[in-house]
Design a protein around this ligand. Structure first.
Ligand code: HQG
Length: 184
């Protein structure tokens, strides 16, 4: 498999399955699922992903570095496991978080985060990582990474809910500033 093609398919699927299914004229159901057959047909009608096949989709779901996408049991439907900006009900069950989780961001957001905590911004949840290395990768997408330590255990004891996505990203609705350690 050509990794360049697999990466471009992953990016395109992120766009369609997390943010704008209308790009190729499909609809997701309320739980974020797209019909696989329809997705393949409509991708091929859309100029930018005209090489889509069932095999390619299988490969990307299986080998994606962050396991961003998942099939349902009979592989007739596919969805993104997290990262949505459109409103979908993933039906994730609440999970007890570890004592600390990490968030990778960049310097220009720090002042605002210190004031108002971590917000969902354009997504459905605040995304947190269980290890600093992953947070560094997340922050590096935007520049020199700044890593925040979140006192998730305290938050949970204070009644905040946490969810673990199918691909092991920790999700919560917000992180008030008082639970954030701004120095490593
Ligand atoms: C920041 C990727 C100012 C926040 C990653 C972040 C992740 C604030 C940006 C997933 C703020 C939002 C999500 C506040 C938060 N004031 N800035 N109060 N609160 N921010 O992309 O966490 O590779 O929506 O620090 O790996 O960066 O696409 O969130 O910098 O798991 O699969 O606002 O996306 O996954 O950015 O990334 P994002 P994120 P994929």
């Amino acid at each position: 498999m050509n990794e360049r093609i697999a990466k471009s398919v992953s990016k395109f699927l992120s766009l369609v399955l997390r943010h704008s299914p209308e790009t190729i004229g499909i609809k997701l159901d309320e739980n974020g699922w797209a019909d696989v057959e329809e997705l393949i047909i409509k991708c091929n009608k859309n100029g930018s992903q005209s090489q889509m096949t069932a095999e390619l989709l299988d490969y990307v779901v299986e080998n994606n570095d962050k396991k961003r996408f998942a099939f349902n049991d009979d592989k007739t439907r596919i969805r993104a496991s997290q990262g949505h900006s459109i409103s979908v009900e993933l039906n994730l069950s609440e999970t007890d978080p570890p004592e600390y989780l990490y968030h990778g961001t960049v310097g220009k957001f720090m002042e605002s985060i210190q004031k108002e905590g971590l917000k969902k911004m354009s997504r459905q949840h605040v995304h947190l990582s269980k290890d600093k290395e992953t947070a560094v990768t997340v922050g590096s997408r935007r520049g020199a990474p700044q890593i925040l330590t979140v006192r998730s255990g305290s938050m949970h004891r204070d009644g905040f809910k946490f969810y673990l996505s199918e691909n092991n990203v920790w999700l919560t609705d917000e992180v008030p500033a008082k639970y954030i350690e701004f120095r490593m």
